[in-house]
Design a protein around this ligand. Sequence first.
Ligand code: PBG
Length: 330
Amino acid sequence: MNIGQFPQTRLRRNRHDRFTRRLVSENTLSTDNLIWPIFVTEGTGSVTDVSSMPGVQRVSLDRLAAHVEPAAKLDIPALALFPITPASLRDEAGTEATNPDNLMCRAARLLKKEFPEIGLIGDVALDPYTSHGHDGLIEDGYVVNDPSVDILVTQAVNQAAAGIDIIAPSDMMDGRIGSIRTALDTSGLVNTRIMSYAAKYASAFYGPFRDALGSGGLLTGDKKTYQMDPANTDEALREVALDLREGADMVMVKPGMPYLDVIQRVRAEFAVPTFAYQVSGEYAMLMAAIQNGWLDRDRVIMESLMAFRRAGASGVLTYFALDAARLLRA
Ligand code: PBG
């Protein structure tokens, strides 16, 4: 008999039925891997839709507990908080960022009290607070590094004191992780963790987020002098190495799906908790196709999240967190 008649190995055998597929599955996705970003706003009784992010809302503090309740019920481990600062409180220097009673700090205190079990991640950067929409201070048209770090440090310590468990600097200034770590430690906040947005790219995929915050229209120029060039990955490894040396407990790659190669390299090189941010533009893209009936909602949500796990991500910040947790429970 001609041996060539039958393939020696049939990889399809292990795909034959569900039980075998379960046994040979290489990666898992669980609710433990989900972080839900939420937008908080001033005022009362306010729940508004973000038009470019169907299904995502901005919620005032009095509505926040009800908004977060489903996440608590689904046992989602952590929330990432993003405040929307009214234009009247924005200025050139992002002063409101350092107000210990700003919206972010009030949201943190409220959520810690209502849901002590849920981890709170606080974004540290000046863009929600500046009139120009940049993440740092501007001098002569340039986002200056060290003076920006000084403000970010105060912002971070205030957030931690208000109950933020994980400080997440998203500003991409040099040296901010080390400065924030020292300030937290000297303030007695030794257990506050730092998840650094270590490899954060100057990306077009943040557009809908800037709509949500109302900082998009304000932004003068772009963020290319501090966020990374989408062409680079070696540089991402240097960013991660520095942030780890300065005391980061976890690192993040952002955006997510277009940057899976970066997640994979970071994970392979450093073997540290590595998170991915499935950013607003990725969400908007998927939702647009879902709403047109072009993609199957449940399947594409789960496949996109599993892709992050396969690349090596410990977890994913995703606007689909509630949907995914429900699907995982079903
Ligand atoms: C702010 C920040 C941004 C995002 C998270 N933190 C926007 C930006 O850098 O312009 C984007 C998140 C998203 O698009 O979902 N520093």
